[in-house]
Design a protein around this ligand. Structure first.
Ligand SMILES: O=C(CO)[C@@H](O)[C@H](O)COP(=O)(O)O
Ligand SMILES: [Fe+2]
Length: 219
């Protein structure tokens, strides 16, 4: 089995040193930088605007994997893409026309991701699988870092893996929320090939990032 992509969420980083944080993550072996964008409306928290993404772009060559928890999401796609986002991931609940939104993301030259909350049914995926490069399963309810992994997410990861494979898709299958070295192996066994982790990667400070990332990869 190949090692999963590790996508540290900078929500758990030191916001006063964001440029140094993304550079440190790259040096520590991260594969993608996961950027959680929250609007205080779709989710009860407020985080990172496109200008911050733009300011971070020169500090790493890693892909920016931007998780948009914003509604309506369509007006923001271009701004995050122009700021340097490589993957734009949207919630089906964040706009009226999911098919159009995903098409627009690819038209902008980014990879298109779709994200499922714990309470969002997976069947939507069947109708848009040809339009997505990434399927993200939330293993917590979105809005905050540091929450506990919801165990039933493993069934959902396995269900998404079946749908992706049945469609002959090469989309990545990513998991986000409460991921640690204790559940990473189960996520990968269920079919995930990309793991988002905030609290787990950042615990212990910069000197620990490489070991924390390695612990997730080797799972
Ligand atoms: O999208 C979200 C939360 O809404 C995540 O990306 C979290 O930021 C992950 O943090 P941990 O649960 O790993 O601390
Ligand atoms: Fe996220």
């Amino acid at each position: 089995m190949t090692a999963p992509l590790i996508c540290p969420s900078i929500l758990a980083s030191d916001f006063a040193k964001l440029g140094a944080e993304v550079a440190a993550l790259e040096a520590a072996g991260a594969d993608w930088i996961h950027v959680d964008v929250m609007d205080g409306h779709f989710v009860p928290n407020l985080t990172i605007g496109p200008d911050v993404v733009k300011a971070l772009r020169p500090h790493t060559t890693l892909p920016f994997d931007v998780h948009l928890m914003v509604a309506p999401v369509d007006p923001w796609l271009e701004a995050y893409r122009n700021a340097g986002a490589d993957v734009l991931t949207v919630h089906p609940e964040s706009g009226p026309h999911l098919h159009r939104t995903l098409g627009r993301i690819r038209q902008l030259g980014a990879k298109a991701g779709i994200v499922f909350n714990p309470g969002t049914p997976l069947n939507i995926l069947e109708d848009v699988i040809d339009l997505v490069d990434l399927v993200l399963i939330m293993s917590v309810n979105p809005g905050f870092g540091g929450q506990s992994f919801i165990d039933s997410s493993l069934r959902k990861i396995a269900g998404a893996r079946r749908l992706i494979d049945a469609a002959g898709s090469h989309a990545h299958l990513q998991v986000d929320g409460g991921v640690t070295s204790a559940n990473a192996a189960a996520c990968v066994a269920a079919g995930a090939d990309a793991l988002v982790a905030g609290s787990f990667v950042f615990k212990g400070g910069p000197d620990a990032y490489a070991a924390n990332i390695a612990a997730l990869k080797s799972a």
